[in-house]
Design a protein around this ligand. Sequence first.
Ligand code: GLN
Length: 553
Amino acid sequence: MGVSVVKQASPLTKYIFITGGVLSGLGKGLVTCSIGKALQVRGLNVSAVKCDPYINVDAGTMNPYIHGEVFVLDDGYEADMDLGTYERFLGIELTGINNITSGQVYEHVIRKEREGGYLGTCVQIIPHITDEIKHRLRHVAETTNADVLLIECGGTVGDFEGLPFLEAFRQMRMEEGRGNSLLVHVTLVPVLSAVGEPKTKPTQHSVKELRAIGLQPDLIVARVEGGPLNDDSKRKIALYCSVEERAVYSSLNVDPLYKLPMLLEEQGLGEVVCEYLGIDSEESDWSLWSEMVERFESPTETVRVAMCGKYAELADCYVSVNESLKHAGAKAGCHVDIVWIETEEFEEDPSCVASLSAYDGILVPGGFGHRGAEGKMLAIKYSREEDVPFLGICYGMQLAIVEMARNMLGMEDAHTTECDPDTTHPVIDLLPEQVEVEELGGTMRLGAHTAIVKPGSLANRLYGSTEIQERHRHRWEVNPDFWDRLEEAGIKFTGWSPDGRLKEVMERPDNYFFFATQFHPEFKSRPWDASPPYYGFIKACLDRKRGVSEPTF
Ligand code: GLN
């Protein structure tokens, strides 16, 4: 077995590895961000990497109903949704290198082997796969110039497929030298209602599992329900897991999520991380962050938004849309109550559409395929006719156009060719460059593209600019053959690609607020800087509810 020499990143870079124990879904990504925030408020430059042990090359082909939202980065990479959490919390723009999957690593090593890159060698998980993982991690540290690189491993310790990543972490911890890396283990401490006492045994077992592969955690973050760990439980975890008592923290349910960094800071996490890493940091300055959190908590008014889609899509499928609505609420000064509406019910019984009268706004988010599409169009028609503020995102914009072509322009069979390839009115059609595309992974129109915005339009008012950059993920577009006729339905196209070939934004000035985008503005929304279309929508919902004759932005 060949032992390779791996080049080390800048000696200044420190690494923090984050693993999960007991079960998934503990909010490891949020803990990762909280540590990152604690370092940022001390003046350090951080970046974050998500290691995903699955064999998929990226998250683009995975079912979001099971795996959660596919988060699109500026460079068009279709990432695990944790990268969205990193961007929203840390205010950094990531690229494809910040998500390392087993698929990418194996694909690279196998291609290199075929090219003769390892001639004479038996190619193995150790060292070849682990070297490639380490190389990629150090490459991120170099490229981003991070003082501290946060590296989160997906899944749970003990998962078979995560082993090469954890082995790479073990090797890196040795190679980077003492004091240059930390291992943070995030676990669950359940409280059994019958006993009423927090149980630390699962945590002890998962640390035992880590030790068996040569990893010893430095910090333990326990996810607990109800209240923070008592001193007894902390002592127990410290004793059995060989960490200092002051390095055991409680992660609790918080709302908004943006409170978590401060909750962990109050327990001393930031100081301990810096001390362990030998970082002589500036004083921490949380003022901007806590002011931002306060904006989420202070409003007294609420607007109710009907998210029209399929129940199956709930929860994790639209994390960025949900967060963007909350960011917009914080800016507009209201809480946003998001209620999911199953549009297939409208198809079964169209009279149910009237139930939308209980909402201040209607949102049709991105989506694919024909299921629920007719019901989404019934919701759009309702919002147009009853003048309820409407926001359409990607598929939501495409279906708004189909709805108006059918109901205002008399094109009865109008459709997107995604649902009906034989329609005589293909108002939404495949992008020309998509016609020949056969592979499904990474082949949509993806990532940040510039759009030109019409001066004086609503889009222009919202963005305050005539040139914007937003992220995309689609194969279909508004068919140029119908542009003129669609304008007869009161549609104004107020954003387009710089070459004029693609319509990117539509609005309907006859309505109080009727706005839709071909792109996904939710990917760039930040808690301190709400996305303009989402803000416009929520502000319009609030103004209309308050009886203001025209929305003010
Ligand atoms: N299915 C549509 C398309 O591919 C919309 C995609 C989306 O909403 N992200 O164009």
